[in-house]
Design a protein around this ligand. Structure first.
Ligand SMILES: CC(C)(COP(=O)(O)OP(=O)(O)OC[C@H]1O[C@@H](n2cnc3c(N)ncnc32)[C@H](O)[C@@H]1OP(=O)(O)O)[C@@H](O)C(=O)NCCC(=O)NCCS
Length: 189
């Protein structure tokens, strides 16, 4: 029996990112607290055109899958279209069946409610059981304790450290590499 509702979890569903989401994403990009957890790039605001171009690449590439995270709203026609986060598989290497994953829940008010955990579970199911990948990996900054806790809860192993990779506020920080293999993920199903 194949998995029903592959892209729906217990709290969220993964859908396409649309032009209607650009204003929300642009607001997140203007929030340095979010950006300094999400990205190594300078936390500089971008306008909607710039954001649109950035995501166009993910949407046209064969090596990337970009999803909007939206809350479940009960029955399917009543689903809530609010954008609460982004989940992206990128840098897919088809020959090696590996990918990177990234996740961000944009508004702090939406964090700590189980959305990130659920979205990652759905994203991993898509990566392992739809794309048939063997390995999913990610990087996370040493000061991002919430994200580290999430990845370890999901079974990711810390595989290494990009020592002093990041400099913020005059201090250098490590960036950790985490990986999860398909058999490890399947053991916890
Ligand atoms: C890291 C991030 C994705 C986690 O997503 P999240 O939705 O906040 O995570 P969850 O709510 O699923 O889990 C966080 C905590 O809430 C708890 N939780 C889960 N369901 C809950 C619920 N219904 N009510 C209250 N708390 C809940 C979890 O147990 C967890 O607690 P713990 O860390 O003490 O174990 C999110 O904080 C985020 O986007 N941060 C900014 C960007 C970022 O850091 N991205 C990652 C870059 S590597």
């Amino acid at each position: 029996m194949i998995t029903p509702n592959l892209l729906r979890g217990e709290k969220v569903r993964l859908t396409a990112v649309t032009s209607a989401d650009l204003a929300t994403i642009t607001r997140w990009w203007a929030d340095p607290d979010f950006m300094r957890l999400y990205n190594t790039a300078p936390a500089a605001p971008r306008n909607e055109d710039q954001i649109s171009r950035r995501f166009e690449l993910s949407q046209t590439s064969n090596e990337a899958f970009l999803f909007a995270i939206r809350p479940l709203g009960g029955t399917s026609p009543a689903d809530d279209d609010t954008l609460i986060g982004l989940l992206e598989l990128d840098g897919v290497e088809w020959a090696n069946r590996t990918t990177f994953v990234s996740i961000g829940i944009g508004d702090a008010a939406h964090r700590g409610q189980g959305y990130g955990t659920d979205a990652m579970r759905v994203g991993l199911r898509f990566a392992f059981h739809e794309l048939n990948l063997h390995r999913v990996c990610l990087t996370v900054f040493s000061y991002n304790e919430d994200a580290i806790a999430l990845y370890e809860r999901l079974g990711f192993t810390r595989e290494g450290s990009y020592r002093e990779h990041l400099e913020r506020d005059g201090r250098r920080y490590d960036m950790y590499l985490y990986g999860l293999l398909r058999p490890e993920w399947e053991k916890n199903l």
